[in-house]
Design a protein around this ligand. Structure first.
Ligand code: BES
Ligand code: ZN
Length: 643
């Protein structure tokens, strides 16, 4: 392919003019040799890591993982002799590096580790990038060798790891460890090329306490010869951000022939009942978009400090316990993480600029699954709620942050995790669906997943494919859509299909009747309202509500006591805004027991709006901080200006 030649000859020149310029290679096709990733020190265009073999011991006392990562390498066409291997690390202690043809024939080799801790960078800007990207590990691999063996250990502050002391777990008896590698945290527990454009297979041996179980985003290898030793193999090539590990006192319940759920023993029954529809969801996606290609699909319910709602670790979705509402009303999160088995894990964003390819496609698929399994009413309600959140953010964001193909130069890719890639991305696909018809659009998507299966692609790759396989086939339909505006410009292009929900219309009418004093709160017909309808009801109320009104609602519907995390968060936002003191202790309890960033940030943000609220936020945060995950700590620190 001509692109390959251009890229290969480009490398030599780009290497001379430095990192900044290399990033411009991001326009080059990713399935070919070159795709510049501003968020990695790796040099996969020259030497590419193709497989990682881990042998790690979990040390709960010292809060460190230690052991060996063996990397298998492929030299890319045009790689000149003497080219060293460049890897990403963050806060890793590298004990030694060896290279050789086989594990029993390794020789020590020279390496250089950049400086991500002492901050001796030349300028403040460089220091910031070092903190963001971590330290480059450069290994001088002898020309003939394709195996590198790194002996290392992690820091107790590793950004991907959360080590929970027993009191922070449901069972309170055993410690718990889990990883969160997306976006660029894998480098804090494994030295590798931490770029979503580099796909690897992996194998792992995890040695831990005998009474705990390890799980990974991989197949478990049979034969547990030694207690406390778990072995895994991931045969499908995946990007590094999908490597995941959890170790704890885990029970397991079978859900179906290829599905099941892991959770702490006291949580596993509740989780199994919440997730009964998992197999039906898999069948729904398979019927439209092709086979599930990962073998098993299991879920792991984490302790409440898990900083996200869910994470699509292949074969094993990680999920927050805050979706265990008891009525299955929050399982669209399972639909979402499952959908990533096609959009994201099978076809992957090549760089973090292309994140909308992961999340926009996934929200689109998620809504289609919800429609197939739970009906169009529920899908419509979720679309309305999603678009409302998007509009709120668009109203507050500077133009550059409203763009799908976002420029993340010098920025933390986690900053790109807004509603924009999710909801604007999904709305773009829904707009295409309406213009071309469901049948044609589904066929297009199915072919897209097949065409790019197990590849990492850029937005430009997608645009080319879209042009050739969909837009060209129907110029009249294509003329209705400005791909340029959707992908590269801020705001929402006009003419998209606005979602609407008749059930929400009924809810909004109830809210009006109550506000106008026509109907008392306890006389509203709220029987059978789902979580979504409650959320819409609360969001339909004015931002300012007098205390009596807040109290009347609380009295009628026990909102302060609600155990549904989504409803609680919405209610607590209203309570802060309206100085509703009866919810004060619930707010503190919520913020000190749940570490999901999506809930924390709006609540702390709302508190921060007044001086008194800021003081409260800081007091609560001082208690909660030791319990939060490093990723949540980073976000809240930045918001409150602490540390
Ligand atoms: N892949 C994301 C989580 C993520 C994104 C972690 C970027 C780190 C960086 C996951 O699929 C996700 O989107 N989770 C959502 C839930 C979903 C239902 C929208 C979340 O955690 O809120
Ligand atoms: Zn997602």
């Amino acid at each position: 392919m001509s692109i390959g030649i251009v890229a290969a000859s480009g490398i030599v020149m780009l290497a001379l003019i430095g990192f900044e310029q290399v990033a411009d290679a991001s326009q080059v096709n990713s399935s070919g040799p070159a795709v510049g990733d501003r968020h990695s020190h790796g040099n996969p265009d020259q030497i590419r890591v193709t497989r990682v073999e881990l042998d790690l011991t979990t040390d709960f006392e010292r809060k460190e993982l230690k052991g060996i990562a063996t990397l298998l390498l492929r030299r890319m066409p045009g790689c000149s002799p003497g080219t060293p291997l460049d890897l990403d690390t963050r806060e890793l202690t590298i004990e030694r590096v060896m290279a050789g043809p086989a594990d029993d024939a390794m020789k020590e080799v020279r390496f250089e580790l950049g400086d991500d801790r002492r901050g001796q960078s030349r300028s403040e800007a460089e220091a910031k990038m070092d903190r963001l990207l971590g330290a480059r590990l450069r290994v001088f691999v002898p020309e003939e060798e394709t195996r590198v063996r790194i002996t290392y250990r992690t820091a107790p502050t590793a950004s991907a790891l959360q080590w929970l002391d027993p009191p922070r777990t449901a069972g309170r008896q055993q410690p718990f460890l889990f990883t969160q590698s997306e976006a660029i945290h894998a480098r804090s527990w494994i030295p590798l090329q931490d770029s979503p454009g580099v796909r690897i297979t992996y194998g792992a041996t995890i040695r831990g306490p005998k009474n705990l179980r390890a799980v990974m985003s991989a197949d478990r290898l049979p034969g547990q010869e030694e207690p406390g030793v778990d072995r895994f193999e991931m045969p499908q090539p995946i990007p590094s951000y999908l490597i995941a590990l959890a170790v704890g006192d885990l029970g397991f319940r079978t859900l179906g022939p290829r599905t099941g759920v892991y959770a702490e023993p006291s949580v596993v029954a509740k989780a199994a009942s919440e997730f009964v529809d998992t197999e039906a969801m898999i069948k729904a996606v398979e019927a439209r978009y092709g086979p599930y290609r990962w073998g098993r699909y299991d879920l792991l319910v984490l302790p409440p400090s898990f900083p996200f709602g869910g994470m699509e670790n292949p074969k094993l979705t990680f999920a927050t316990p805050t979706i265990l509402a008891g009525d299955r009303s929050l399982v669209s999160l399972v639909a979402h993480e499952l959908a990533h088995s096609w959009s994201g894990n099978l076809v992957t964003n090549a760089t973090w600029r292309d994140f909308w390819l992961n999340e926009g496609f996934t929200v689109y698929l998620e809504r289609r699954i919800v429609e197939d399994v739970f009906g169009p009413d529920r899908a419509a309600m979720e679309a309305v709620l999603g678009l409302r959140e998007l509009r709120e953010e668009l109203a507050a964001f500077p133009p550059r942050d409203q763009v799908l193909h976002i420029d993340l130069t010098d920025r933390d890719p986690d900053d790109g995790m807004t509603r924009v890639p999710y909801e604007k991305g999904a709305l773009f696909l829904t707009t295409l669906e309406h213009a071309f018809g469901r049948e044609r659009f589904d066929a297009f998507l199915r072919a897209y997943f097949d065409h790019f299966a197990f590849q990492s692609i850029t937005t430009a790759d997608f645009e080319r494919y879209l042009q050739d396989q969909l837009l060209k086939t129907d110029p009249a339909a294509a003329a209705k859509i400005s791909v340029q505006a959707w992908l590269h410009e801020p705001g929402l292009p006009p003419g998209f299909p606005e979602p609407s929900s008749s059930r929400f219309a009924v809810v909004a009418a109830a809210a009006r009747d109550w506000l106008d004093g026509k109907t008392a709160a306890d006389r509203l017909s709220t029987q059978g309202w789902s979580t979504h309808e409650w959320l819409h009801f609360l969001q339909a109320l004015p931002l300012e509500l007098p205390s009596e009104k807040m109290a009347a609602l609380d009295q009628a519907f026990s909102l302060t006591a609600s155990g549904n995390a989504e409803i609680s968060q919405q209610w607590l936002l209203m309570a802060i805004r309206n100085h509703y003191a009866a919810a004060d202790s619930r707010l503190e309890e919520f913020l000190t027991s749940i570490g999901r960033r999506k809930f924390l940030m709006p609540l702390y943000g709302e508190l921060k709006k007044t001086a008194e609220g800021t003081a409260r936020a800081k007091a609560i945060y001082a208690k909660a901080r030791p319990f939060y995950h490093p990723i949540a700590v980073e976000s809240v620190d930045r918001l409150l200006g602490t540390h």
